[in-house]
Write a protein that binds this ligand. Structure first.
Ligand code: DX5
Ligand code: ZN
Length: 219
């Protein structure tokens, strides 16, 4: 069964505690936390102070997606602020620095994730495969919620699934962007184990039912 990670980017930040309660009660598996720097992506979002507050508020697993340049500068602080998993983009720095960022996260006892933008081929993950607990395949251009799922990313997921299985690696596969009940089933069939869903969950009248639907549970 796939895990569902609602992205609080689509939440109402003026009532963040209640928003988190609603997805916790809705049996979401993880909370996805999108960080943007206005450089790696053309948008700004939330950062360390908000993460610290969220950490104090909930014991949910915090899946932090850093859409920032040179993430090595900040991974330690995101770990200290309460992230359970810190995901960095393969495109955000040199191979050496990205590897160091992943290793730093693990050395601090947290899970390390590697994200790939749509333009990065599946094998862009290979140099990091020993150093990562999760590979995040972006199915929209990072920067904004509410975009359309790029179905042409499904073969990329398939190649990664096959590679991880062939090497017997425990690394999880996560998909982020444009997830709704239809694209959730496509991504799960292609081998994804964690689905990030922002707008689809937060705009739903009944978030619990929607999360169950995304997970593929019979209604
Ligand atoms: C986009 C973010 C996503 C976003 C997903 O850059 O990484 O996590 O919030 O939003 P939806 O599910 O609306 O595409
Ligand atoms: Zn994200």
């Amino acid at each position: 069964m796939v895990m569902i990670a609602p992205s609080i980017l689509s939440a109402d930040f003026a009532r963040l505690g209640q928003e988190i309660d609603s997805i916790r009660e809705g049996k979401a598996d993880w909370l996805h936390f999108d960080v943007m720097d206005g450089l790696f992506v053309p948008n700004l979002s939330i950062g360390i102070p908000v993460l610290e507050s969220v950490r104090k508020y909930t014991d949910m697993f915090l899946d932090v997606h850093l859409m920032i340049r040179e993430p090595l500068r900040y991974v330690e602080r995101f770990c200290a602020a309460g992230a359970d998993l810190v995901c960095v983009h393969a495109e955000a720095d040199t191979e050496e620095n990205i590897r160091e960022a992943l290793r730093k996260v693990r050395s601090l006892g947290k899970k390390a994730g590697l994200a790939l933008k749509p333009g990065t081929a599946w094998d862009g993950a290979l140099p990091f495969i020993e150093d990562t607990d999760l590979i995040l395949v972006m199915t929209v251009e990072p920067g904004f919620g509410g975009q359309k799922f790029m179905a042409d990313m499904l073969p990329k997921l398939g190649f990664l699934r096959q590679t991880l299985d062939e090497f017997g690696l425990e690394c999880l596969l996560e998909v982020d962007g444009g997830i709704n009940p239809l694209t959730a089933s496509l991504a799960a069939a292609a081998g994804a184990q964690v689905l990030v869903a922002g707008s689809d969950v937060f705009k739903a009248e009944d978030r619990k039912a929607r999360i169950a639907q995304l997970r593929g549970e019979k209604q």
